[in-house]
Design a protein around this ligand. Sequence first.
Ligand code: GDP
Ligand code: MN
Length: 341
Amino acid sequence: TSTTTSNQSPSLSNSLNGTFANGQPKANATFVILCRNSDLEATVKSIREIEDRFNRRYGYPYTLLNEVDFSEEFKNRIRVLTAAPVEFGVIPRDHWYQPDSIDEEKAKAAREKMQKDGIIYGGSVSYRNMCRFNSGYFFRHPLMLKYRWYWRIEPDVHFHCDINHDPFLYMQEHDKTYGFTISMYEYESTIPTLWRHVKEFMKLHPEHIAQDNAMGFLSSDDGNSYNLCHFWSNFEIADMEFWRSPAYMSFFEYLDQQGGFYYERWGDAPVHSIAAAILLPREKIHFFDEIGYEHNPYTHCPKLGTNWQDGRCSCDQAKSFDYDGYSCMAKWDKLMGLPSS
Ligand code: GDP
Ligand code: MN
């Protein structure tokens, strides 16, 4: 099967919505869903919703990843939902499991302490594997290498509005790298030493730090301390060329060597967000207001212009997380000079 590439001429695009006349999607993009066989019902719901609100008119392929084989039942129940191509991949062992370089005694003691302290997923090894995989490996999975753009979806999320344009093409045509809908504060107890390591990395690698970056979103004292703000990575539309770049790869390798994915519980959300905010010019980060999105317990509901009406949204604007005190949206709007909510 052929895949379209990002350098195809826009003049070819005189057909319906986001597809070329031959039915191929216009951007070299895929949905990516990491999930377990036990997530079947929740994954069906997420795909049903994104198909209804967007993809039945655009036909972007799906890539589902798992550290074990998907069952035949799982594959049948997913394939039936869409006319788009669907691929199922197994994650290579060394992309998922705790590496031998980690001192298991030390990691175990950390898990037990975090569990006792009531930190969410504090005692879980599989959650840590997941966070490390999403931080440094999903974009290197063999099934993902043929794509440049991805849209991350999780089981049990909701899309509240019609998406009347192609967000991948928007990213491509406006020179964007990382797109988000929800931002918030991280639990400090999951990342006690992360910022110290980020600062060491910045000192060691000034060549990777972008001019006009978004440090102002992460820190109110010019990078001395981290305010815990991050983009919620269960939704991401982004350019994998960034994750595959020398700047990000050296950032990930540096963090991975510190062991904090296992000795603490570093999330892929702060890791991705900090990288995007310091390694990219801030204009390359895009807030998708028009994509109404819910991941329990929070919803982003469109607020700007006629987005809510145009999207025939099912969400309540008054309950949008953007207005919550725990959201970092006001900081983003201030940095970017957007209308504050
Ligand atoms: P939360 O959003 O931080 O509460 O974490 P989730 O439980 O939603 O996990 C984040 C993503 O990783 C979701 O897409 C899950 O389906 C997936 N995930 C989490 N743990 C595992 C795992 O052990 N194996 C697989 N294959 N996927 C996982
Ligand atoms: Mn989730």
